[in-house]
Design a binder for this molecule. Structure first.
Ligand SMILES: O=c1ccn([C@@H]2O[C@H](COP(=O)(O)OP(=O)(O)O[C@H]3O[C@H](CO)[C@@H](O)[C@H](O)[C@H]3O)[C@@H](O)[C@H]2O)c(=O)[nH]1
Length: 475
């Protein structure tokens, strides 16, 4: 029930539809999310859409709230918790399919729907969690949630993830405030342990560069972790195209790799003070930029953007011609794929990371929540494709610091600028190969993993069928 999760699920559904012959896919979600999805499916799509009932106002949420993108941060955990109420309707749905002779081959569910693994186990259906997050970032997140660090430590080693040290400033607010009895702890204490009921985890990532995190899950949960990515949604398959043509036309007039794209994903925003500093940094950097803007923390996230109030005085006039503000939703893939885009200031949500790297665009990291802090650590320390600019939605940042990181990444002639672009190109190539079906060497690793996953699901289905035919008929 979040755009950042629905997008990779839709991409996965398209990918399965294309690569696995004769598979029938049913996409299950609540009414409003299904409505949005319907508009983004091509007319010839074989993907079925099914709604399950959900009344947000029954859970202390505003009416018609079914997606995190319309919610302020404090209400997100309430939506997650409310989503567990879908369990009986979901169980009935799967039960009815089985009773009608249409047993599903497998159920693939989101990381926040741990309970679906338990339902699948009860009904004897093969189940996998699909993580739109990467292996390394999710491994840190899982490890910390299942063994909360002492509150006073400024830096600590992860108990079950060898060699990884985390600083307190890298913890999302939900974990910083967790004491075992708060809403996030209560939710995660139910959600994460349920993953062991699953038969494996599918990751939207690539084995060749994300094996550390994948190994963590194989060892920790004793189930397979299949890297099947990157599965990405093309700009044509996106429902909310934003100001598509405006951005493209604007980018067409800019030199190669000269534009910095700034966006913090589908629902995050920063504090008013941070927004002011970021504005100053973009102004003083003298660089071209596209900034996907959203009202800062403390203001209605769905309201119009007031640049004269939230950005430095005269910002739009001073950056006219070299800066473009896009309100609420930008055509991100179109921007990242354009030859004029040379860098991405991002919160490092995993979809943004994959989208950026699939076009070889290096990043400036500013994590906001969830596993994003660990993604930044991974991208900077392990892959060398990112430099960190700031941490969190409330930290103090100065325009000078942000500007220096912008210059470092956007400077195609400086040592760092050259190196980071080289590494980003290397990762882009790894991603291409993982999904490649035509190189002389045969299928790429991610395509092979998806085949393995389907083989495991089919084997399990055959075993279930054999078991039920062995059962004595009771009159
Ligand atoms: O103006 C915008 C903003 C976002 N997007 C798209 O929305 C998605 C955003 O996904 P992501 O970058 O992963 O950010 P979040 O929406 O914040 O993602 C959530 O889901 C991710 C995958 O599980 C996690 O890595 C993040 O921590 C979690 O916040 C991407 O496909 C973007 O292309 C747009 O097209 N236009």
């Amino acid at each position: 029930m979040a755009q950042g999760h629905i997008i990779p699920f839709l991409a996965l559904a398209h990918h399965i539809e294309r690569t696995q012959n004769h598979s029938r896919i049913t996409f299950v979600n609540t009414k409003l999310n299904i409505q949005k999805l319907r508009s983004s499916l091509p007319p010839d799509s074989t993907i079925h859409l099914l709604e399950i009932p959900f009344e947000s106002s029954d859970h202390g949420l505003p009416p018609a709230t079914e997606n995190t993108d319309v919610l302020p941060y404090p209400l997100i955990v309430r939506l997650l918790d409310a989503s567990t109420s879908l369990r009986p309707a979901f169980k009935t749905l799967v039960h009815d399919l089985i009773a009608g002779g249409d047993r599903p081959l497998c159920i693939i569910s989101d990381i926040f729907f741990g309970w679906t693994a338990t339902v699948a186990k009860e009904l004897g259906v093969f189940h996998a969690v699909f993580s739109g997050a990467g292996g390394y970032g999710l491994a840190c997140y899982y490890s910390i949630w299942t063994s909360l660090p002492p509150r006073q430590s400024e830096e600590f080693a992860l108990e079950d993830f060898e060699g990884i040290r985390i600083q307190k400033t890298q913890l999302p607010l939900s974990i910083l405030e967790a004491d075992g009895s708060d809403s996030w702890s209560l939710f995660q204490n139910k959600n994460l342990p349920a993953w062991v009921d699953s038969s494996g985890i599918l990751f939207n990532t690539v084995e060749e560069f994300d094996w550390i995190g994948l190994s963590y899950f194989k060892k920790k949960l004793g189930i397979p972790a299949w890297a099947i990515g990157p599965v990405l949604l093309s700009s044509e398959s996106r429902d909310r195209a934003g100001k598509s043509s405006d951005c493209k036309a604007w980018l067409d007039g800019k030199p190669e790799r000269s534009v910095l794209y700034v966006s913090f994903g589908s629902h995050n925003t920063i504090s008013p003070a941070q927004m002011m500093e970021l504005g100053k940094a973009l102004e003083s950097s003298g660089r071209n930029f596209i900034w996907a803007v959203r009202p800062p923390i403390g203001f209605d996230i769905n309201s119009d953007f007031r640049s004269e109030e939230w950005l430095p005085e005269g910002f739009e006039e001073k950056t006219s011609g070299r800066g473009l503000l896009v309100e609420k939703w930008a055509p991100q893939v179109e921007i990242l794929s354009h030859r004029a885009t040379g860098g991405f200031l991002t919160h490092c949500g995993w979809n943004s990371v994959l989208e950026s790297l699939s076009f070889g665009v290096p990043m400036i990291g500013w994590a906001m929540a969830g596993e994003q802090f660990f993604n930044v650590k991974f991208l900077e320390e392990e892959l060398g494709v990112c430099v960190e600019a700031a941490r969190g939605k409330t930290c103090e940042v100065s325009s000078e610091t942000i500007r220096s990181k912008i210059e470092m990444v956007m400077d195609g002639e400086g040592e760092k600028g050259i190196e980071i672009r080289r590494k980003a190109s290397e990762v882009k190539e790894m991603m291409r190969k993982a999904m490649c079906d035509s190189d002389a060497g045969g299928k790429g690793s991610s395509l092979k993993s998806l085949d393995e996953f389907f083989m495991a699901a089919k084997k399990s289905m055959t075993a279930t069928a054999e078991r039920s035919s062995d059962e004595p008929v009771v009159g």
